[in-house]
Design a protein around this ligand. Structure first.
Ligand code: GLY
Ligand code: MN
Ligand code: MN
Length: 436
């Protein structure tokens, strides 16, 4: 299937869920300014990319549906001399139509006129525009114009829906094309973790290892899917530690949560390794517990279960293990009921993943947790974070461990897309000590 037919199919699917006589409005991401006149590298809005494949800013997609047919009308910035000098030649609307397969294409200077003509005949509007956006102002102006014509019988659209709700439902189940891209992202990320394992040693800086990861992503035409966490020793107990500004110490652990985005799709991996290449006995105890919790959680990743079932499996294993190790005192049931395990395990076990590392897809529908179906992709990432508290046995101080893999649900059970990155103690130690 050609690239533009993939995106076209998604637009038609979106239109199928729209009510008759309705308009959907969706905009590209704005350019984000870093400071003064310097911009961050541009990254298209995930929903916009999902429906268009178009990677440039200043563009808008309108989908109008009459009784049953829909038209996808795309607007882009007109090619001009300034852009051709400073940021590159823009495509003409004719070329865009040929490449991307929209039904109609025009330039944004005609957007208001066309938008007005669609909204005039619409009973419903679908959008998720922010109130402050220029496009929302344009929509408001059009609606005002329609209202002003009430004596001529003009009627305002009476239903306003969130377009995200529909698009996110579509994004929840990945197609074979999407799965293939995510598998590639996972492979690049897993290889980068393997490389990091071979380069990690005492006195190397977290920043240097972060740079190595970025190099490995970049040399595979990928970028970071999120800001890497490269956290040695006690830094691993800070959940969102992204300073990556310390030197690694002999005897400590290193937690690395880093993965790439490839062709717009994310991966998400965490591995925890001993900086000098050998786990201590106490580190092994905690590591083995997290690994056991992760395996138990992954065994629940089957059709019909929910992410809550997966989380509960991780919590059960971790809580039992923490009691056995004397890190939690009391009776298992009341520890779980009162969530006392949160002292050491304070986050959820997983999240949807796709175009965004945290895909903003629904976790519950009609008040019930979403059931797992083939084609869903999410992470399983239990951890334990033991700070140097006086009521905690010193031998476990500053141990922070997370093990994170990406899971595809298939009808035959979980497919661990990141299994290439070693997580068994002996495999990690062998790589770090160059033992084949
Ligand atoms: N890397 C972000 C997360 O694991 O959720
Ligand atoms: Mn994650
Ligand atoms: Mn992660």
């Amino acid at each position: 299937m050609s690239k533009n037919s993939v995106f076209k199919k998604r637009r038609l699917l979106l239109a199928k869920y729209m009510e008759p006589n309705s308009t959907a409005i969706i905009s590209s991401s704005p350019i984000q300014i870093r400071n003064n006149d310097s911009a961050y590298r541009y990254r298209q809005c995930s929903n916009f990319y999902y429906l268009t494949g178009f990677e440039k800013p200043d563009s808008v997609l309108l989908i109008y549906k009459d009784r049953s047919n829909s038209v996808a009308h795309f607007f882009s910035k007109q090619p001009n001399k300034h852009d051709s000098v400073w940021s590159g030649e823009l495509l003409t609307s004719r070329k865009i139509q040929n490449i991307y397969g929209f039904d109609k294409c025009g330039y944004t200077e005609n957007l208001e006129l066309e938008l007005y003509s669609y909204l005039k005949k619409s009973k419903s509007i679908y959008h998720s525009l922010s109130k402050q956006s220029d496009l929302m102002t344009l929509v408001d102006d059009c609606l005002q114009k329609i209202e002003n014509n009430y004596r001529k019988g003009a009627e305002l659209p009476s239903n306003h829906y969130s377009i995200n709700k529909i698009v996110h439902k579509l994004r929840l189940i990945k197609s074979n094309e999407e799965i293939a891209i995510i598998k590639k992202a996972c492979k690049i990320s897993a290889d980068a973790h393997i490389n990091l394992m071979s380069k990690c040693k005492p006195n190397v800086s977290e920043k240097k290892l972060e740079s190595q990861l970025l190099y490995d992503f970049g040399s595979n035409n990928a970028t970071e899917a999120y800001t890497s966490i490269v956290a040695g020793g006690k830094n691993a107990c800070i959940l969102h530690y992204i300073d990556n500004s310390s030197n690694l110490k002999n005897g400590d652990l290193l937690l690395t949560d880093a993965a790439c985005e490839f062709e717009y799709y994310a991966s998400d991996i965490t591995r925890t390794i001993p900086i000098n290449g050998r786990f201590t006995q106490d580190q092994k105890l905690i590591y083995s517990l997290v690994l056991k919790a992760q395996k138990n959680a992954i065994s629940k990743c089957i059709v019909g279960n929910t992410l809550q079932d997966v989380h509960k499996a991780a919590v059960r294993t971790l809580t039992k293990g923490l009691i056995d190790l004397g890190l939690l005192r009391g009776d298992y049931k009341s520890i779980v009921k009162n969530e006392l395990y949160k002292k050491f395990y304070m986050h959820n076990t997983g999240h949807w993943m796709g175009l965004d590392v945290h895909d903003p897809l629904e976790y519950a529908s009609d008040g019930k947790p979403v059931k797992l179906k083939p084609g869903m992709i999410f992470t399983v990432e239990p951890g334990l974070y033991i700070k140097a508290d006086k009521d905690v046995n010193k031998r476990f101080h500053n141990i922070g461990i997370r093990i994170e893999d990406d899971i595809l649900i298939t009808k035959n059970g979980p497919d661990v897309l990141t299994s290439r990155a070693p997580k068994e103690i002996c495999d990690i130690e062998n790589i770090m000590n160059n033992i084949k």
